[in-house]
Design a protein around this ligand. Structure first.
Ligand SMILES: Cc1cc2nc3c(=O)[nH]c(=O)nc-3n(C[C@H](O)[C@H](O)[C@H](O)COP(=O)(O)O)c2cc1C
Length: 180
């Protein structure tokens, strides 16, 4: 694979807010999650757990992501993948204490990035959803109290009239500093 293929992937991936309602097959969800779980993490602690929701239960999960007009489109997602905090390891815990930095949030963010890029490569549209009712979500997913669920990733098929948009980003020159 050439860098230009990777570039196309990065340019093509965008937040989809118009899914067509078709369910994503379990096989494809498994594949995308399997690839995403190759993401790096501090001390290789992999402090995460993915919970993929298919079928009728999608509606219950979508309801946890909506309110005040937000994320109505989540009801049409073909699968919803909750990115949850999971068990860490001793090295990461010691490192976090010694360096006063807990990398769990970074690790979950990196996993999420891998998930949406793997989804795009697999022909799926996606949207990371951070607007959620975490308590309600834990209830619907039967997840223990205090386990954080920072985002849910909506996966699915974009409606035909949902074109690839130009990226809205801060100017490159303002966000990269190169020192020699
Ligand atoms: C942590 C996080 C939370 C987000 N939460 C939401 C959300 O609840 N609803 C939504 O429509 N988009 C959400 N987004 C998508 C961002 O708005 C989007 O990534 C950003 O505007 C850039 O657009 P792009 O993804 O199309 O390149 C979230 C993105 C991230 C990384």
């Amino acid at each position: 694979m050439e860098i230009k293929d990777i570039e196309q992937l990065y340019l093509h991936r965008q937040s989809c807010r118009a899914f067509d309602g078709r369910e994503v097959s379990e096989e494809l969800v498994r594949k995308v999650c399997e690839l995403a779980l190759l993401a790096p993490s501090a001390c290789n602690a992999q402090p995460w757990q993915l919970v993929a929701v298919l079928g009728e239960r999608r509606k219950e999960v979508a309801a946890c992501l909506q309110g005040m007009g937000m994320n109505k489109f989540a009801s049409d997602a073909g699968a919803l993948v909750a990115v949850c905090e999971g068990r860490s390891n001793l090295t990461a815990k010691l490192g976090a204490r010694m360096k006063d930095t807990d990398f769990t949030a970074n690790d979950l963010g990196i996993l999420t990035a891998h998930l949406v890029l793997a989804a795009d490569a697999a022909g799926l549209a996606s949207c990371i959803l951070g607007w959620r009712n975490e308590d309600k979500l834990r209830g619907v997913l039967s997840i223990r109290e205090k386990v954080r669920i920072p985002v849910v990733v909506a996966l699915g098929y974009a409606k035909e009239d949902d074109p690839v948009r130009p990226k809205q980003r801060k100017p490159f020159g303002e966000t990269l500093t190169i020192l020699h």
